[in-house]
Design a protein around this ligand. Sequence first.
Ligand code: ADP
Ligand code: MG
Length: 368
Amino acid sequence: MKLKNLQLVNYRNYDKLYIEFNDRINLLLGSNGQGKTNIAESIYLLAFGKSFRTNRDRELIKFNTENLYVGGGYEKNGRNGMVEIAISKAKKGIKVNKIPIVKLAELLGNINVVIFSPEDLRLVKDGPKIRRSFIDREISQIVPGYYGLLTGYNKILANRNKLLKNMNPDLNLLDVYDESLADYGSKIFMFRKKFIERIAEISKDMHARLTDNKEDLNVIYKSQIQINDESSVKDKFINILKDKRKHDLDMRISGYGIHKDDILIQINGLDVRLYGSQGQQRTASISLKLSEIELINREVGEYPLLILDDVFSELDEKRQKLLVDNLKDVQMFITTAEYLHKNVLDMNNTTVFYIDNGKVVKTENGGN
Ligand SMILES: Nc1ncnc2c1ncn2[C@@H]1O[C@H](COP(=O)(O)OP(=O)(O)O)[C@@H](O)[C@H]1O
Ligand SMILES: [Mg+2]
């Protein structure tokens, strides 16, 4: 898919902005603090309804103004679409093709975005939380109901944890929570399992390509609920909660469930997180992100938009080129403070936006 244009009003340090994008590569160039990531963030907002930098919407509103507007016109599967978001201090309104939506789930999946930031280069190295959000973000874009399952699970989990903090928790209520947690949890488990199996398959190929067949990448779902038989996942989940109830009551927190999931990433049979070099960890992260893009393409029939926020300067020329060359059909938004290595970009399909203090001061159009 392609994002055709973007309109911002009172968004972060932008007053008013309207830009049209290149179908292939858009380079957002400028020194630090000028507003490059703000543009990337607004594109992400159109896809997910929230920022990747903050959970507080009001931070997005330009200082000393009351409300913001972000609009993006896109093309997907041969059709034009539009997403618009308006945020004021009191509320947020989202429209898809001019029609207001009621639930965030209705927004997800219209504009597909994969974002790659320096944090993602630590996808393999950091703790499990970053890998869970990687999985969840991806599945939400492909499976319309997934986001609702997650919010449902998290709500019950929060209630359950609150109950466990009581001096004398009501055990009947705990039973009710367990049932509900297992219900949501078993469904989430199945989606994650399927997703990780597919990502494992794609990333194995991808990683072999990126390393000239020197490295074999394995991605394995690590969950406390290890089970293959789909029909009994929920029972298994409930049994674990029962078995571990004493532990949870002692610790006063829910220690078991899919909120503890992780993925194990191995290169040539060894856990990269523990035994991989920094280069291997980075390349494995790139393989995973590239696989994410490919999986969306297979599921949705269109490549997602790719945002590369400050990540290029962290990669050597060889890896920069691998990224660009492996994604010939993907529209990219690259923020960077420095020009890229000369032979990485083909200027014929690149537009450079020079960004200075909340304004696009110059646009250089190669080719089109
Ligand atoms: N709500 C806001 N209103 C006005 N300016 C903002 C707001 N939020 C952030 N900024 C400004 O945006 C700039 C940072 O923009 P950013 O896109 O992160 O920079 P970079 O070009 O380094 O990626 C800073 O100058 C900051 O003061
Ligand atoms: Mg930035």
